[in-house]
Design a protein around this ligand. Structure first.
Ligand code: GRF
Length: 210
């Protein structure tokens, strides 16, 4: 296969997984879905769409991988020739072998404008804080919780009467737009990174056209 084989790691319903499969990811192609939850709806979604989906044991902890198990996940992804890993609703911190094997090649999507509201329930926290604009962030993954270098962000206005559910729904629509775009930029080699700062380079094909 030409291009970059992309794996999505997800533990929930899988709408971002589907957006990555169906969206324009350029030279990136989703070839694998791994889940840490054997009951996750995302596994059924993968079956329906025709992408290989697998449950792999994450180990005994709830919010991180067991060391040995994280090594198993990393080994599996490497054996499959995966070039980019996209987290999409995987509620676990990655700190060990997976990060070592794919450093700079793991992305996550988070439903707030980071660095505001990292961690759990960011939409509820944004509403309770009274912000007027929230949104979503695609970032590279580092050893912290939602702290890695930011690739793309999209703002979403908070409306009077918003609940966590209504705000989440509008943010989700933007997630589905910017996650494929970030994958496309990464797989085209158009993301340049200096320290924390990630810049999307001009599309040289586009420059040639003018
Ligand atoms: C999304 O809101 C994503 O930003 C967060 O978890 C949720 C996953 O939703 N990390 P889905 O499973 O992709 O529908």
């Amino acid at each position: 296969m030409s291009g970059t084989a992309v794996a999505v790691l997800a533990g929930g319903r899988g709408s971002n997984f589907e957006a990555l499969v169906r969206g324009d990811t350029g030279d990136g192609r989703v070839t694998l879905l791994l889940s840490d939850n054997p009951e996750a709806p995302v596994l059924a979604r993968a079956r329906e769409i025709g992408v290989e989906g697998r449950y792999i044991d994450p180990g005994p902890y709830r919010t991180r991988f067991g060391l040995r198990e994280e090594g198993d996940w990393a080994g599996f992804l490497m054996d499959r020739g995966i070039g980019l890993v996209c987290l999409a609703g995987l509620m676990r911190i990655i700190k060990g072998p997976l990060l070592d094997a794919f450093e700079g090649r793991i992305m996550n999507i988070h439903p707030s404008l980071l660095p505001a509201f990292p961690g759990l329930e960011p939409q509820r926290k944004a509403l309770e804080h009274g912000v007027k604009v929230s949104g979503c962030t695609v970032h590279y993954v580092d050893r912290g919780t939602d702290t890695g270098p930011i690739i793309l962000q999209a703002p979403v206005p908070v409306l009077p009467g918003d609940t966590p559910e209504t705000l989440s729904e509008r943010i989700l629509a933007e997630e589905h737009r910017i996650y494929p775009e970030a994958v496309k930029l990464h797989c085209a080699g158009r993301l340049s990174r200096r320290g924390r700062r990630v810049t999307a380079l001009e599309d040289s094909a586009h420059l040639r056209d003018i």
